[in-house]
Design a binder for this molecule. Structure first.
Ligand SMILES: Nc1nc2c(c(=O)[nH]1)N[C@H]1C(S)=C(S)[C@@H](COP(=O)(O)O)O[C@H]1N2
Ligand SMILES: [Mo]
Length: 405
């Protein structure tokens, strides 16, 4: 194709306070024909799909962790949360290379000049730019905080979950606005050929280091590698190639550990001879069980995953007493919400709420054993909660009492 003559650089408005030497480029200084809506729309389509999956699975995770659930989060299928949270982390990971390429492809727009003089056009352009600024800032914030969360690193002082949740809504709102505004171009670009130049900036005429198809193939490959490098955290057969993943199965008794007994300041003595698991109702302690008492009761074995909100999950075989059996012995009616209280004195999650439908589920256990051995202290000895379809963070270890709310 013949390259078009390079259009003149757009003049700065007279009286501009910027000294001529400041190297702020104009949109027309970007000449690569790779930075085209034909490329941006294709990468954007997959980025939008990733954001969509991430948003929906994030809503599920947020709801599952809410104390207040107008419609109770279901206790089945037992693997549901493992799948949705796995998808959440995988789609978020996939979005990182996609967002980088997308931003690279549209970067020149940052230097687009305003339609000075035309008030209406200025208002429309201004609003559109604000929505893009919100979208970019929100998207980067979501992916960065999510990524650091999977690394269990919290270099900030705000509370992760409410902040990640609030910014998610803002980001998705800005994304919807962005897609609505761009829909005609997106549609044109996606039905047309990738080499099509209809919507290109006039200066985007120089061939890049790659062809457009080459750039897209590289992007899909980078996305695939990013996913494979982390998905082993949650997809068992990928664990051996997932170099960046917390390996499923690493850790004592074949299950990783998120917070150790040491970090939670729980000692073996506390779970020793004097330990009991008390069921407490409005009138005080209804029943009190030592570990030996619990071992005398009917033992059940269930295969259930720990699905950590931070992205890893691992399935294991848990043995112990059905929680409903203990509640029946204590005369607690079905459908009762409970507070699961642990020996832990530091940090959050020492106490969690268990909705009635979870407390009553057949698979919900007070586990005493993991994969055939007594629980290790780090896995919650002497007794821990393990319930189906429940975020890992709420599978309370080192239980000491179960309280009726
Ligand atoms: N008491 C208490 N229980 C807890 C935690 C905690 O910090 N304190 N961490 C939770 C988290 S975040 C996860 S993912 C699971 C992990 O259980 P595991 O260490 O046996 O794999 O335990 C949960 N139970
Ligand atoms: Mo977790």
């Amino acid at each position: 194709m013949t390259s078009l003559p390079r259009p003149p650089r757009s003049p700065r408005p007279a009286g501009s306070p910027l000294p001529a030497s400041l190297p702020i480029p104009s949109e027309d200084d970007f000449t690569s024909r790779l930075r085209s809506p034909a490329v941006a729309a294709r990468v954007g389509l997959w980025l939008g799909i990733s954001f969509g999956i991430c948003f929906l699975t994030g809503l599920i995770s947020h709801y599952a962790q809410n104390g207040d659930q107008p419609i109770p989060f279901p206790a089945s299928p037992f693997w549901g949360y493992r799948v949705t949270q796995g998808l959440h982390v995988i789609s978020g990971t996939a979005a990182i290379p996609l967002l980088l390429v997308k931003l690279w492809a549209v970067y020149p727009k940052l230097f687009q000049s305003m339609p000075w003089g035309d008030v209406r056009a200025m208002a429309v352009t201004g609003l559109e730019r604000i929505s893009i600024a919100v979208l970019v800032a929100g998207g980067v914030f979501m992916l960065l905080t999510g990524l650091l969360n999977t690394a269990q690193w919290y270099p900030w002082s705000f509370s992760f979950r409410p902040t990640h949740y609030a910014v998610a809504w803002v980001t998705i709102g800005a994304l919807v606005v962005h897609i609505a505004v761009k829909l005609p171009i997106i549609r044109d670009a996606l039905v047309g050929d990738v080499e099509d130049t209809t919507h290109d900036r006039p200066s985007a005429v120089e061939p890049g280091a790659l062809s457009r198809r080459g750039l897209l193939r590289t992007t899909w490959a980078a996305t695939g590698i990013a996913v494979l490098a982390t998905a082993g955290s949650t997809v068992p057969f990928l664990r051996n190639i997932s170099v960046l993943a917390v390996r499923t199965g690493d850790g004592p008794q074949g299950v990783p550990i998120n917070r150790s007994a040491r970090a939670a300041q729980v000692t073996m003595e506390e779970g020793g001879a004097g330990w009991t698991l008390d069921v407490v109702d409005g009138e005080g302690v209804a029943t009190s069980w030592s570990r030996a008492d619990l071992e005398q009761l009917t033992q059940r074995t269930e295969t259930l995953p720990i699905a950590c909100v931070e992205g890893w999950s691992a399935s294991a075989e848990w043995t112990g007493v059905r929680l409903r059996d203990l509640l029946d012995a204590a005369g607690v009616p079905t459908g009762t919400d409970l507070r699961m209280v642990s020996l832990q004195k530091r940090y959050a999650f020492g106490v969690t709420e268990l909705q009635g439908n979870f407390a009553d589920a057949d698979k919900t256990l007070i586990a005493l054993k993991l994969n055939g051995e007594d629980l290790s202290l780090d896995h919650g000895y002497p007794a821990r909660l393990i319930a189906p379809n429940r975020p890992g963070v709420l599978q309370t270890k080192w239980l000491t009492s179960v309280e009726v709310i």
